[in-house]
Design a binder for this molecule. Structure first.
Ligand code: UGA
Length: 437
């Protein structure tokens, strides 16, 4: 079976690399020629642990990279749609890339003898597969769903920084569709792919699409819940939010995962998916009060950090503040919706002097702030002469900081939004989100 993957972002490229590394014949297609050039030179266009080695192996085995959608569609029996569905200016999901890809798939199918299964992996609002993608393919291919092609929804649950492991071993495979035969063919494909026993769930396309939104909304809710409790803990002497999370996390009805309080959730998924489901709910006549509160709490976290800074520094104007960690999470160079970027924007407005450090995300940050901030060559240099350091992303390297690391600071003031230094006996002024002093 020849597999095609349209869209080589984090999801598409990791999937193509895993399939290719296992010797499955796969064409990875993207219309961005610069990206194609980078990938064919065996380098991922973004930082993701393990991806480069899987990509290398895949290219040497059975992964072909192409910018030709017609060739991909005409040659493949199973076509995964993994193009991005980013945030539009209004905050709602932007479907232009997926609509464009659907039209091009249809045009390519017009004179093709194949009857492929088209599998929508991109995150789309409930109803999009059957109300938007299917009609576009039908119109441009002049063929009917069920006759000229089949269509299924198959959302993914990959976490950046973990995409290879999550691709190799998903916690669940959700398949939405109405044609039993194509569902079974996709299931068979996955059974062959995974060594481990993988859980499957089959349903209709709308439910599959909704599961993805409900999943991300619930994760965001868990984070905002713990952040709300964290704010309360901060005002009570002797309490640490991590111990509270530990305690409630033991209850199997709650679970410990996604209860790490911090500066709020960022990234290209949770903020966008929350905003989209809120707008979608309002348009559908449901009142998303809980989800709106989740968003509000997330926005409050940054304000709390600024308040802590102002409380301790008096004013942040002309103060040298070092921000450690720019990516929205560790093991990633992605700064989309990163809380660090938001914090820097606020502090620049207040005329602070900002120095930044991150093991992987400096280049991406430079493209936003240019020469408005200072980019430190090393972690230790970033601390020189600053009035305060704010730890934003829990990179492992920051856990190694010790008393001596802070010796050249103008004032030894640390604000640790992830409490990664909370167990160390530091001779500094130390404030952490979620810890009462
Ligand atoms: C998220 C979901 O976790 C994936 O299941 C989903 O497939 C993906 O979105 C997507 O829709 O494609 P991701 O955006 O990679 O994955 O990152 P997360 O691990 O969910 O983290 C999101 C943010 O929440 C980060 O800023 C992280 O630091 C923060 N976070 C996470 C916390 O503040 N506390 C936690 O306990 C967990």
């Amino acid at each position: 079976m020849q597999v095609g993957i349209i869209g080589l972002g984090a999801v598409g490229l990791s999937f193509a690399s895993v399939l290719g590394s296992k010797g499955i014949s796969v064409i990875g297609m993207d219309s961005d020629l610069k990206k194609i050039e980078k990938i064919t030179s065996k380098k991922s266009p973004f930082f993701e642990p393990k991806l480069d080695s899987f990509l290398k192996k895949a290219l040497s085995k059975s992964l072909e990279i192409s910018s030709d959608i017609e060739k991909t569609v005409k040659n493949c029996d199973l076509i995964f749609l993994t193009v991005g569905t980013p945030k539009s200016k209004s905050g709602f999901i932007d479907l232009s890339m997926i609509k464009n890809a659907s039209r091009n798939i249809g045009i390519s199918l017009r004179h093709s003898s194949k009857k492929p299964i088209i599998v929508v992996k991109s995150t789309v609002i409930p109803g999009t597969t059957i109300n938007v993608i299917k009609p576009l393919i039908e119109k441009t291919s002049r063929k009917k769903d069920g006759k000229g092609f089949e269509i299924l929804a198959n959302p993914e649950f990959l976490r950046e920084g973990n995409v290879i492991d999550d691709t190799l071993k998903p916690h669940l495979v959700v398949i939405g569709g109405s044609n039993k035969n194509s569902i079974n063919r996709l299931k068979k494909f996955y059974h062959k792919l995974y060594d481990a026993k993988i859980k499957f769930m089959t349903t209709n396309t709308q439910t599959a699409e909704m599961i993805k939104y409900a999943n991300n909304s619930f994760l965001a809710t868990k984070i905002s819940f713990i952040n709300q409790i964290s704010s309360l803990c901060q005002s009570i002497s002797g309490i640490s939010i991590d111990e509270v999370a530990e305690g409630i996390g033991v209850d199997p009805r709650i679970g410990r995962l996604f209860l790490n309080a911090g500066p709020g959730y960022g990234g290209s998924c949770l903020p966008k998916d929350l905003e989209t489901i809120i707008q979608f709910s309002s348009k559908s006549g449901a009142n998303p009060i809980l989800l709106k509160a989740v968003q509000q709490i997330n926005d409050l976290q940054i304000k709390q950090i600024v308040r802590l800074l102002e409380k301790n520094l008096g004013t942040v104007r002309n103060k040298h503040i070092t921000i450690l960690g720019l990516s929205f999470k560790e093991n990633s160079d992605d700064i989309r919706e990163s809380r660090s970027i938001e914090l820097i924007k606020i502090l620049l407005k207040k005329k602070s002097k900002i120095t930044v450090h991150d093991p992987k995300a400096m280049k991406n940050t430079e493209s936003i702030f240019k020469n408005k901030i200072t980019y430190a060559d090393s972690l230790l240099k970033s601390l020189d002469n600053c009035h305060c350091v704010v730890i934003m992303t829990p990179w492992k390297i920051y856990t190694k900081l010790k008393n001596n690391s802070f010796k050249n600071m103008k004032r030894k003031l640390i604000i640790d939004t992830r409490r990664i230094l909370s167990r160390k006996n530091l001779n500094v002024e130390y404030f952490a989100l979620g810890m009462g002093n």
